[in-house]
Design a protein around this ligand. Structure first.
Ligand SMILES: [Mn+2]
Length: 373
């Protein structure tokens, strides 16, 4: 059986080493490898992987095994558990006739979305195909036996790691003092939505978290880069990899355990096609970001390509491409922000319409009305 109580670990990190931090890889193994390459990761660095390694991406089992291999080598790769990792483990152990249909629907959704799922990959390696809910129950015992090593690895991962100057946890701390979180459940600590907004505390050490895509903290300009909140001492790094089509995998670079926050930098990776701007553009001064959290809208007038809508949360009236409407009452992942652009800038092109392009520039999303090469 598995034990999912919080595991808190204290560590003293060696001085003179870079500390790299990533999270929410969600089965995007190629992104993970690319970002390590971009940061020139080596045995001299310490790498924290702050949870949610699997599910929602194309190579879940391979990602898990790659992380297991890395963490078994020199002791410089330190994974922590995320809510998705913990929940998946719990679900597989607890599979029964009562919950299997819900899980089967989840698998079908992921198959439609990304072509695979963690459990399908596990079952496939044991020679089972999942074509109906019963196939999950039929394969369960073989999966539990065959993947004992992988499951023990996941179940053994720490929930919180405290070091000299930084605390790592996937979701967030429920209590200000690290040790006071020891009676909390793994899911309470790994699934703390909007932690940087909701926690009342200012922590003594910087708390580095994933889980909540940083873009959801914005209401005017969508951006995917790590956010350092100096008031609360929280660093949020989830770039929305695997969850948002315009998302990215972020990796924080702390040059040394004793450096100041101003010295912290990051690298990011996504596979959105890029092009070069041929014109300059000045940014807009006011804008709205219609996020998944504030997706409620009212359609005022619908046309062929665009609709005039009212965004309920902000009260703002704007024209949006119909492709961003989910139905007559919801739209999300849209902004009317106009990006600052210089001729020659490299832009990631998210969508194109008769008015211009919606692009991402250095992690920030907005409109570009000029020509691209
Ligand atoms: Mn998560």
């Amino acid at each position: 059986m598995i034990n999912l109580t919080a595991k808190i670990k204290q560590m003293t990190l060696e001085q003179g080493k870079r500390i790299l931090v990533t999270s929410d890889i969600h089965g995007y193994l190629s992104y993970f490898k690319k970002i390590l390459e971009k940061a020139c990761f080596s045995d001299n660095d310490i790498l924290f992987i702050v949870g949610d390694m699997i599910e929602k991406g194309p190579e879940n089992l391979k990602t898990l095994r790659y992380i297991m291999e890395l963490s078994s080598q020199n002791g410089n790769v330190i994974p922590l558990i995320g809510n998705v990792d913990a929940y998946r483990l719990k679900l597989i152990y607890g599979l029964s006739e009562e919950n299997v249909c819900g899980f089967y629907d989840y698998i079908l959704n992921l198959r439609k979305w990304v072509g695979t799922s963690f459990y399908e990959e596990l079952a496939a390696e044991c020679g089972y195909k999942i074509n109906k809910p019963e196939d999950i129950l039929i394969s369960k015992q073989a999966v539990l036996t065959h993947f004992e090593k992988e499951f023990n690895f996941l179940a053994g991962l720490p929930t919180i790691i405290e070091t000299q100057n930084y605390i790592f946890v996937h979701g967030g701390l429920r209590e200000k003092q690290v040790l006071n979180n020891s009676d909390k459940g793994v899911l309470e600590l790994t699934k703390f939505d909007a932690f940087a907004e909701k926690t009342p505390y200012r922590f003594d050490k910087y708390v580095i978290t994933g889980h909540w895509p940083v873009v959801l903290y914005g209401s005017k300009i969508p951006q995917m880069n790590p956010i350092i909140n100096c008031d609360k001492k929280i660093i949020s790094i989830d770039g929305g990899c695997g969850v948002k089509k315009d998302g990215q995998l972020n990796l924080l670079i702390i040059p040394d355990i004793n450096c100041s926050v101003e010295e912290i930098s990051y690298v990011s990776y996504d596979e959105i096609p890029t092009a070069y701007a041929l014109e300059n553009q000045s940014p807009s001064t006011d804008s709205v970001y219609i996020s998944w959290l504030s997706r409620e809208i009212r359609i005022l007038e619908k046309d062929k390509e665009f609709s005039h809508i009212e965004h309920i949360k902000s009260g703002r009236k704007l024209h949006i491409p119909n492709s961003y409407l989910r139905n007559d009452t919801e739209a999300f992942d849209y902004t009317d922000y106009i990006l600052p652009v210089n001729k020659g800038d490299c832009l990631s092109v998210l969508s194109q319409n008769s008015k211009g392009y919606i692009v991402k520039k250095s992690g920030v999303i907005g409109w570009y009305y000029g020509e691209l090469s």
